[in-house]
Design a protein around this ligand. Structure first.
Ligand code: ADP
Ligand code: ADP
Length: 232
C-alpha cells in the first residue's frame, strides 16, 4: 500500500544542511497499522509528511496505492492525496466552523455538491459517535471529541491511508484508549492502512501490528511489535 524507496530528505537551512532522512526503505501493507517511534529529532514527522508529500523528498520514491507521488504534477498529486488522510496532536480543526462543516471541508475542496456532502458527512458523524454534535464548534468539544472530528474529516474522501502524528499525545489515558479503539475499528471495517507516530509505548502495544524505530534519519529496526519488543 505504501512503499518508500531510498527516501532522502535534506533541509537546507541558513546554518547548513540537516539530513533528516537518509535512505529510508519501508513497505507498509494494506490494512496494517504501522508505528513509527524514535527520539525527538529522529525524523518521524518528516517521514510521515513525505508519505502525503507535505514534504517533498530530496530523492527517492513514495508509492501509495500503486502510484508514485514523487513524479506527479500538482493536479495529479491533489487527486492522489484524497487517498491519504491525516490527524494531528492539536487536531488542526477550523475553529470558526461547526463539526459538520469541519468534516465537510475536504469534500467542499473536492467540489462535491451539498447532497453528496450530506451523504458522506452524516454516516461519518455516526461512525465517530458525534451525531448530536454536528452544530457545535470545536471550542465546545472535549479533546477526545475534537480528535473524533479530525478522524471523520481525515476519512471524508474515502481515504485509504490514515496518517497519525502524535494523535493521542494531548489526550488523557482513558480518552486515548477510546480513540485507539476507534482507529482500530475503522482499520478493520474499512481495510484502512494506518501509520502512527508516537512516543507512547502503550500506543504501539495496543494499536500497532508493526513498528519501525527511527534513529538519526535511518531505520534502526523494524518488524512486528512482538519481534521488536522481545529482543534482548
Ligand atoms: P521527529 O518527528 O522525530 O522529532 P523531525 O522529522 O521533526 O523529527 O525532524 C528531523 C530533523 O529535521 C531534526 O533535526 C529537525 O530539526 C529537522 N527539521 C525538521 N523540519 C525542518 C524544517 N522545516 N527545516 C529545517 N529542519 C527541519
Ligand atoms: P441548504 O443550504 O440548502 O439548507 P444543507 O442543509 O445541506 O443546505 O446545508 C446547509 C448547512 O447546514 C451546512 O453547511 C451544514 O452546516 C448544515 N447541515 C446540513 N445537514 C446537516 C446535518 N445532518 N447535521 C448538521 N448540520 C447539517
Amino acid at each position: 500500500m505504501i512503499k518508500l524507496k531510498n527516501i532522502v530528505k535534506t533541509y537546507d537551512t541558513p546554518n547548513g544542511s540537516v539530513h533528516a532522512l537518509k535512505d529510508i526503505n519501508l513497505e507498509i501493507k494494506r490494512g496494517e497499522i504501522y508505528g513509527i517511534i524514535g527520539l525527538s529529532g529522529a525524523g518521524k514527522s518528516t517521514l510521515v509528511r513525505c508519505i502525503n508529500m507535505l514534504e517533498r523528498p530530496t530523492s527517492g520514491s513514495v508509492i501509495v496505492n500503486g502510484k508514485d507521488l514523487t513524479t506527479m504534477t500538482e493536479s495529479q498529486l491533489r487527486e492522489a492525496r484524497k487517498d491519504i488522510g491525516m490527524i494531528f496532536q492539536h487536531f488542526n480543526l477550523l475553529s470558526t466552523s461547526t463539526v459538520y462543516d469541519n468534516i465537510a471541508f475536504p469534500l467542499k475542496l473536492a467540489g462535491k455538491s451539498k447532497e453528496e456532502i450530506k451523504a458522506k458527512v452524516e454516516p461519518l458523524l455516526k461512525l465517530v459517535g458525534l451525531e448530536n454534535k454536528a452544530h457545535q464548534y470545536p471550542s465546545q468539544l472535549s479533546g477526545g471529541q475534537k480528535q473524533r472530528v479530525g478522524i471523520a474529516r481525515a476519512l471524508a474522501n474515502d481515504t485509504k491511508v490514515l496518517l497519525c502524528d502524535e494523535a493521542t499525545s494531548a489526550l488523557d489515558p482513558q480518552t486515548t484508549k477510546a480513540i485507539l479503539e476507534l482507529i482500530r475499528d475503522i482499520n478493520k471495517n474499512l481495510q484502512l492502512t494506518v501509520v502512527v507516530i508516537t512516543h507512547e509505548m502503550q500506543v504501539i502495544k495496543d494499536l500497532c501490528d508493526k513498528v519501525a524505530v527511527l534513529d538519526h534519519g535511518v531505520i534502526a529496526e523494524n518488524g512486528t511489535v512482538l519481534e521488536i519488543f522481545t529482543n534482548p
